[in-house]
Design a protein around this ligand. Structure first.
Ligand SMILES: [Zn+2]
Length: 312
């Protein structure tokens, strides 16, 4: 890796964990994907991003928790997840050596899906679970054992901070980002099951309109694998809208290798479910998020009513 060879700094740097103020600080919602100005590496560019993770935590105590839950006790049968809602990067990872301009692109997160999912949660009084950190840190919709869970390249962008990771590096990302997120989902689903509540699992995602030069005309995709109960109904309803090109297991299909939420949470519990993908340019601002949340609220309500009727 050419860039790293230029780096003259030692690989193990104590900031910011040595800062007593930060160490003692509460989680105040401090959002930083940039280094603090007192960072000794602040002016050295992208090459010096490596950290020895073997003896230190990944997240500092003042950084955001990896999982955010809205309406944990929501009354709705619908249960929403947004695995790629966030684009934060733990400060210790120094932006993974990726330019800030790249971290606003689709490679870092599912643009617009947080806003749509928040609005759906409000519309239904539905529990919604959001991942805070970028999928470039670790993809929470992928088995961590799959190599692409911590991608070394995303579309055409090298993710230098993901190259040559030690087992300890990977273990820290799993332990501090991936596992707490999925454990929270498990706990919420267990609680609902113990209370005898019905749950319909809706995994919310968004996709880029152009990927590796290929334009995608569809506005929305409905994704599924083994269980088509809800997907078939939602596909019918979306096609009946008349103004949409609808992807049937497109632009992606759900599989055990490329997904985690549906195969690990919904399918084993026998929960009706669907993975929804909305094209990002349609939800790139608040007006788009609102319009699509309203449309999806109407369609998901109708789909769930049909599902309930079909299951007697
Ligand atoms: Zn996604």
């Amino acid at each position: 890796m050419e860039g790293a060879a230029l780096c003259s700094h030692p690989r193990t740097i104590a900031w910011p964990l040595s800062d007593p103020v930060r160490r003692g600080g509460a989680r105040l919602g401090y959002r930083s994907t940039r280094r603090p100005s007192r960072d000794p590496l602040a002016s050295t560019g992208e090459a010096c991003f490596k950290r020895d993770m073997s003896t230190a935590q990944l997240l500092a105590t003042d950084e955001l928790p990896p999982v955010r839950v809205l309406r944990a006790d929501g009354a709705s049968d619908l249960f929403l997840t947004a695995d790629h809602a966030g684009r934060d990067i733990p400060r210790r990872l120094a932006r993974l050596g990726v330019p800030e301009t790249e971290l606003t692109r689709h490679i870092a997160w599912d643009i617009g899906i947080r806003g749509v999912t928040e609005r759906l949660s409000a519309a239904f009084d539905a529990t919604a679970v959001f991942q805070t950190y970028s999928r470039l840190v670790i993809d929470c919709n992928r088995d961590p054992d799959v190599a692409s869970a911590i991608p070394e390249i995303s579309e055409h962008t090298p993710v230098q901070g993901n190259i040559g990771l030690t087992e300890a590096d990977k273990a820290a990302r799993i332990a501090e980002i991936f596992t707490p997120y999925h454990d929270r989902i498990t706990t919420l689903l267990d609680t609902r099951a113990a209370a005898g509540r019905r749950t319909v699992y809706i995994a919310m995602h968004s996709f880029t309109p152009t990927f590796k030069g290929e334009n995608r005309a569809m506005e929305i995709g409905v994704l599924y694998n083994r269980d088509t109960r809800l997907a078939a109904i939602l596909l019918d309803l979306l096609r009946a809208e008349g103004d949409l090109t609808v992807g049937d297991n497109a632009p992606y299909a759900v599989s055990d290798l490329t997904d985690y939420g549906v195969p690990r949470h919904a399918e084993p519990r026998g929960l009706a479910h669907v993975e929804v993908e909305i094209r990002q340019d349609l939800i790139a601002d608040a007006a788009g998020e609102t319009a699509w949340a309203e449309r999806m609220a109407r369609l998901l309500a109708a789909a769930d009513a049909r599902l309930k009727a079909a299951s007697g």
